[in-house]
Design a protein around this ligand. Structure first.
Ligand code: SF4
Length: 59
């Protein structure tokens, strides 16, 4: 599985980090960064679908 955040689209709302801090982290640039590409405790497709600007792709 591969998780990609489009840095140009992300608005740094923090929703993905709230949903899955194992995978997403808002860094100093105020953009969500991907820490790893899988999560045992949440559905990453679901997290991606919650992004208000559709910046997260899960392949
Ligand atoms: S939910 Fe989307 S817009 Fe919000 S921080 Fe995550 S990737 Fe960025």
């Amino acid at each position: 599985m591969k998780v990609i955040v489009d840095a140009a689209t992300c608005v740094g709302c923090g929703l993905c980090e709230q949903s899955c801090p194992e995978v997403f982290k808002i860094e100093d640039d105020n953009i969500a960064h991907v820490l790893k590409h899988n999560c045992s405790s949440c559905d990453l497709q679901e997290v991606a679908s919650q992004c208000p600007v559709e910046a997260i792709k899960v392949e």
